[in-house]
Ligand binder design. Structure first.
Ligand code: BT5
Length: 330
C-alpha cells in the first residue's frame, strides 16, 4: 500500500522545494538537507519522481529544476492540504474499488479524513450493484472516510453535501454548466459527468463510519466508451475540448469537502439543502422516477430535510421518495 511512509514524505518535501524554486535550479545539497536524505539518495529520489511523471532537468553544476508535474500529482495534493480531510492519502495505480478499500480500512480503524485514490478501478461501483467505468489515466476515483455523529438515516446528507462540493468546484475551475440531478448525479445537461456513492457501517442509531466515493470524468474519452454508456456520459475534456490536469480538481474537491462537512456538523442540514437546491437541475421539472419496481411521474417540487425527493403527482398527492433514478421529462 502506498501510504505516507518516510520515503513518501521525502518525495513530498522534494517536490515542494523544487516547486518553490521553480523555474530555478536547486542544488543536490539543498535537496538532501530539506528531505533529510543523503546526497546519494537524492539522485535515486529524483529518478523515482521522474518515473511518476515529473519532468526534472538535471545539471551537474546547478542541481535540479522542475519543468513539469504529472497531471495527477499525489505529492502536490498532499502539499496543498492542511485540513482534516486528506491528512492521510493512500494512492493506488489500480485497485478494485476505492470505496471497497476505504470500507476495509475504516473497519480496521483508519482515521476520519483518510482518503483513498486510484488512477484506475477494475470493479468501480455505482449504486444498486451497478458498475462505474474507471479507465486509467483520465478521471478521478476518490473515497473519503468520515465518522460523523449522525443517525444512519442522515447518511443521505453526506451524498448531497458531496454533490454540492464537487459541483461547486467544477463550476469554479471550468466554465462547464454542471448541475446536480437528484440524488447523486453530477450532470451536464442530460449527460453524466460524475457520481457519488455513499456507503455506511452503522448501529441502529448512529453511523460508525461512512465512505463517500466520488467518480468524476475529467479527461474521459467518450468515443471509446461502450455503446450503452456513450450517449449518457460526458467529461470535462468532452465539454471543453481540452485536456485538463487532474491535480487542481482533487485539491479543490478535498478542500470543499472539508468546508461542507464542517458546515453540516456545525450548522446542520439546512445550509447543505439550501445550496443543493440552488445547484439542482431536478427541482421544478416534470420527472419520471424509477424506484425498484415502482415508477412515479410528477413534478419534482423539492427535497425535504432528510434529502428525500418530494414529487407532486397528477392527483395532487405528494410522494416522498427515498431512492431512485430520475429521468427528466420536461
Ligand atoms: C453512481 O452510481 O453514480 C456512483 C458512482 C460512484 C463512483 C465512485 S469512483 C470512486 C468510488 N469507488 C467506487 O467503486 N465507486 C465510487 P449510479 O447512480 O448507480 O450510476 C451508475 C451508472 O452510471 C451506470 O449504470 C452507467 O449507466 C453509468 N456510468 C458508469 N460509468 C460511468 C462513467 N464513468 N461516467 C458516466 N456514467 C457512467
Amino acid at each position: 500500500m502506498a501510504g505516507k511512509g518516510l520515503g513518501e514524505m521525502d518525495n513530498e518535501s522534494i517536490v515542494r522545494l523544487l516547486q518553490e524554486k521553480k523555474p530555478d535550479f536547486v542544488s543536490g545539497e539543498e535537496i538532501a538537507h530539506t528531505a533529510g536524505v543523503s546526497r546519494a539518495a537524492v539522485w535515486k529520489k529524483i529518478n523515482l519522481l521522474r518515473k511518476k511523471g515529473y519532468i526534472i532537468k538535471g545539471s551537474p553544476a546547478l542541481g535540479y529544476r522542475l519543468t513539469e508535474s504529472p497531471d495527477l500529482s499525489i505529492e502536490e495534493i498532499k502539499n496543498s492540504l492542511s485540513g482534516h480531510i486528506g491528512r492521510e492519502i493512500f494512492f493506488f495505480e489500480c485497485i478494485s474499488s476505492t470505496n471497497t478499500a476505504a470500507m476495509e480500512l475504516a473497519s480496521n480503524g483508519a482515521a476520519e479524513g483518510t482518503v483513498i485514490m486510484a488512477d484506475a478501478q477494475t470493479t468501480g461501483k455505482g449504486r444498486l450493484g451497478r458498475t462505474w467505468l474507471s479507465p486509467a489515466g483520465q478521471n478521478l476515483y476518490i473515497s473519503i472516510i468520515l465518522k460523523p455523529l449522525i443517525a444512519p438515516r442522515d447518511a443521505t446528507m453526506l451524498t448531497l453535501m458531496s454533490a454540492v462540493a464537487c459541483t461547486s468546484v467544477i463550476k469554479n475551475i471550468t466554465s462547464v454548466p454542471v448541475s446536480i440531478k437528484w440524488p447523486n448525479d453530477i450532470m451536464v445537461s442530460q449527460r453524466k459527468l460524475g457520481g457519488i456513492l455513499t456507503e455506511i457501517k452503522a448501529d441502529i442509531d448512529r453511523i460508525l463510519y461512512a465512505v463517500v466515493g466520488i467518480g468524476i470524468n475529467i479527461n474521459l474519452e467518450i468515443d471509446a466508451l461502450p455503446d450503452n454508456i456513450r450517449p449518457i456520459a460526458t467529461s470535462i475534456k468532452h465539454e471543453t475540448g481540452s485536456v485538463q490536469p487532474r491535480t487542481p480538481f482533487v485539491i479543490e474537491i478535498l478542500k470543499e469537502m472539508e468546508r461542507w462537512y464542517n458546515i453540516l456538523l456545525t450548522a446542520g442540514k439546512a445550509p447543505v439543502i439550501h445550496e443543493w437546491l440552488k445547484l439542482s437541475s431536478t427541482i421544478g421539472r416534470t420527472v419520471k422516477v424509477t424506484a425498484g419496481n415502482n415508477i412515479f411521474k410528477g413534478l419534482a417540487e423539492s427535497i425535504d430535510d432528510d434529502g428525500m425527493l418530494m414529487l407532486r403527482m397528477t392527483d395532487n398527492s405528494l410522494q416522498r421518495i427515498s431512492a431512485g433514478d430520475v429521468t427528466i421529462l420536461r
